[in-house]
Design a binder for this molecule. Structure first.
Ligand code: ATP
Ligand code: MG
Length: 332
């Protein structure tokens, strides 16, 4: 079976963007792929984290993976720092990635502008660690939102470069393909619909969080910025706010943008926003209903993660061994 790998960093709180752009699309893949889904805690420390909060958030995120319906019997669920091969391969790949390539990454530019007092080397080489995450599993496909497309391009470039230098007879790395969903790939902020919704955003009314109570979700959607006029029409340049709500409704209710435009054309924003709110609440209700029970069983979560780390390590270590051989490192 082809291999799929994806992950989310435990920073902030999971948003509807993370769900519609990532987790929701992970759910059915186990039928056709071997699936590895991680919590990338090594990535999270590229910005300062409070240790107690980070610890709680890791349990929260894994509980949400399970509450969203990811079955640990059918998917390998694990924490990045539990598999040492990630950091080890990242070091090697750092030596195969150019300073200039990393300087062009838009996420680095955005995040370094936001965290001016802590522009650390980890923030800069973040995409190299992400390349290691993917290449270790020889992943064929990587389901991500649109925002990670540039990083995935870099992963491909690094893999091809390493293969060209060291894989003349047999490629060392599988070159992965992005898997970007047709709708929901870029959910924008509710208050700033020209910027993507992010879980580590400081303005909580800009994002819809998976654990927001239903009345909070409804209130945020009703207060979302809309645009001049009153037509419900998909036009990202002229009507970014309305277009974003249409994307949310489309992805949350598995409908097409066209059918939504047809149904709400000429109805005004009120009825449309109510439909968006209803769809979001209906999507998140079952997740929230399962969450508490899953989170309360910390021992059960740790068992899932230990088992996941063992299965992930088996595959990751095999790749790392091939890399070391290719480089000329002698066996231990
Ligand atoms: P942070 O602000 O901490 O970077 P984030 O919301 O960008 O948080 P990531 O951990 O960087 O989350 O990304 C996790 C996954 O969610 C990735 O697959 C990413 O493409 C997807 N994703 C993130 N934001 C959105 C969004 N607004 N719309 C769709 N998908 C998204
Ligand atoms: Mg991000």
């Amino acid at each position: 079976k082809p291999v799929v790998l994806s992950g989310i960093q435990p920073s902030g709180h999971l948003t509807l963007g993370n769900y519609l752009g990532a987790i929701k699309n992970w759910l059915p893949l186990h039928a056709s792929h071997d699936c590895y889904y991680m919590l990338v805690d090594l990535h999270a420390v590229t910005v300062r984290q409070d240790p107690a909060e980070l610890r709680e958030r890791c349990y929260e995120f894994i509980s949400l993976y399970l509450a969203c319906g990811l079955d640990p019997a059918k998917n390998v669920l694990f924490v990045q720092s539990h598999v040492p091969a990630h950091a080890r391969l990242a070091w090697v790949l750092n030596c195969y990635t150019q300073f200039g390539e990393l300087s062009r990454m838009t996420q680095f530019k955005d995040k370094s502008a936001k965290h001016v007092d802590n522009i650390n080397a980890g923030l800069f080489s973040y995409p190299v660690l992400m390349a290691a995450d993917i290449l270790l599993y020889q992943a064929n496909a990587v389901p991500v939102g649109d925002d990670q497309k540039q990083h995935l391009e870099l992963t491909r470039d690094v893999a091809i470069r390493f293969n060209n230098v060291h894989g003349a007879d047999k490629p060392v790395f599988t070159v992965p393909e992005p898997m970007i969903p047709p709708v929901g790939a870029r959910i924008m902020g509710l208050q700033e619909p020209t910027k993507k919704m992010s879980k580590s955003d400081d303005a909580p009314t800009n994002a819809l969080y998976l654990l927001d109570p239903p009345d909070t979700l409804v209130r945020k959607i009703k207060r979302a910025v809309t645009d001049l006029g009153s037509e419900v029409r998909f036009d990202v340049a002229e009507k970014p706010g309305v277009s974003n709500l249409m994307s949310i409704l489309a992805a949350a209710s598995n409908r097409s943008i066209e059918s939504i435009a047809q149904e709400y054309d000429g109805q005004g924003y009120g009825k449309f926003k109510q439909a968006v709110a209803d769809a979001v609440v209906a999507t998140l209700e079952p997740v929230q209903a399962r969450y508490r029970e899953v989170r309360d069983d910390t021992e059960g979560l740790r068992r899932v993660l230990r088992d996941g780390a063992e299965r992930a390590s088996a595959r990751a270590d095999a790749t790392l061994q091939r890399v070391h051989d290719a480089l000329g490192f002698i066996p231990a």
